[in-house]
Design a protein around this ligand. Structure first.
Ligand code: SF4
Length: 405
């Protein structure tokens, strides 16, 4: 019987805090000459002035420029976006545009990577005669706490350790789209698949049609909530802690009996919602419905009336009758926007504390204006470019996702 080696486990260095300085993933190359415009002066400009200058650049580039705004983005930024949506939908729509020559992604780092992979895939490059569409992230500090909880070397280390206990040919790696391109490429190379919060169950079914075991990263909650809905029990889902000494803190027996090995990662925003918040809203507002994102912990997810992706949350509120009462467990900016857009409904944020995506919030009008005016000057800043090999394998995993229904 193979014995796991004790050489494993990683240094405890990358747990997220709002003050974390985001380090771009290894697969990202930042290219270009020194910027004509420095950032600092933009920080003292008023929002009206910044908005006027951003609009000027938008008029100048016309349909060649696409500013993408994620649903969790702050209002003054998202009001200037050409497209709004979730991370994959935005990348897909931008890549589908035949006129687009520049993408500015007001989201976080992994989203810009996905946009680069899709917009600059081989057939798109061929259509444009080899011309790349630069994808710009206005502030490189806009990372994702969840994506940062799984680094490639940690995943490779876990895979090696799993291989000392079970056959890795019988494991399908599944990564949530909220992950670095290097992880998507790992999944592509190892016969795995990417999933979103909308199609996680379909991706798991796809995986179980091929192997008897799945390794799911980086969000333990999405993995657990989805697998429970498929009848997989908690004792079949050990959690892999990359900082544990060996086997992610599990015994060999736990690994052998596992169906889904969950990565110990989470979203710092959705992790904040607690079961007592659900109880409090139900006590205080009789008839209220609880609507949550599947990145929330299981204890909250199981108490909710409705759960689903950001798009499903928006559609659920839109299609509910006037007078409906909702307490929503997802990012604060989106909930506040839904509140403004639906004054005929009673909408509450499902937490007494502020849960907002602090890293996405770093993309403000000053960074947006600075990155756009450098684009005009011919010195694009913060260009996110995934190396060809990583992009190729990431695309394999993303294309598998598109095949599942
Ligand atoms: S809300 Fe959570 S998962 Fe989404 S980008 Fe922010 S930290 Fe990442």
């Amino acid at each position: 019987m193979p014995t796991p080696s004790r050489r494993h486990g990683t240094q405890k260095t990358n747990h997220f805090s709002p003050n974390t300085v985001y380090k771009p993933a290894m697969t990202t190359m930042l290219a270009g000459p020194a910027p004509v415009h420095e950032l600092q002066p933009y920080k003292s400009l008023l929002n009206d002035e910044l908005t006027r200058r951003i609009q000027k650049v938008r008029r100048q580039f016309g349909s060649q420029l696409l500013i993408l705004g994620h649903h969790y983005q702050q209002d003054e930024v998202i009001s200037l976006a050409d497209l709004r949506g979730d991370s994959y939908g935005l990348s897909q729509n931008a890549a589908a545009s035949s006129e687009c020559r520049y993408i500015v992604f007001c989201g976080v780092h992994f989203m810009a990577e996905t946009a680069d992979i899709l917009a600059n895939r081989p057939e798109k490059l061929a259509e444009r005669g080899g011309v790349r569409v630069p994808v710009i992230l206005p502030d490189l500090a806009a990372g994702c706490s969840m994506a940062d909880m799984a680094a490639l070397h940690q995943i490779e280390d876990a895979w090696d350790q799993l291989g000392e206990v079970v056959d890795t040919n019988d494991i399908t790696p599944v990564t949530y789209i909220n992950s670095a391109a290097s992880l998507k490429a790992f999944v592509g190379r190892h016969g795995g698949i990417v999933c979103t919060s909308s199609n996680a169950e379909a991706a798991l079914r796809w995986a179980f049609a091929r192997t008897s075991r799945v390794m799911f990263f980086p969000d333990q909650h999405l993995g657990r909530n989805t697998a429970i809905g498929m009848g997989i029990t908690l004792d079949q889902m050990p959690v892999w802690d990359p900082f544990a000494d060996a086997l992610g803190g599990n015994s060999e027996q736990q690994i052998r009996e596992s169906k889904v090995v969950l990565w110990k990662g989470h979203c710092s925003v959705h992790q904040m919602f607690r079961p007592e918040h659900v109880t409090m809203f139900r006590d205080k507002y009789p008839g209220i419905k609880i609507l949550v994102h599947p990145e929330c912990p299981r204890e909250v997810f199981e108490l909710a009336d409705v759960s689903g992706s950001t798009s499903k949350i928006i559609k659920t509120v839109e299609s509910s009758p006037p007078g409906s009462k909702w307490a929503i467990g997802t990012e604060l900016h989106l909930v506040n926007r839904l509140k403004q857009q639906h004054p005929d409904k009673e909408i509450h944020f499902l937490s007494p504390v502020v849960c907002m995506c602090a890293t996405m919030y770093r993309i403000d009008l000053a960074h947006l204006c600075w990155s756009l005016e450098n684009l005009v000057a011919g010195t694009p800043v913060n260009v996110i470019e995934v190396d060809a090999e990583t992009a190729r394998w990431s695309l394999v995993a993303l294309e598998r996702m598109l095949e599942v229904k």
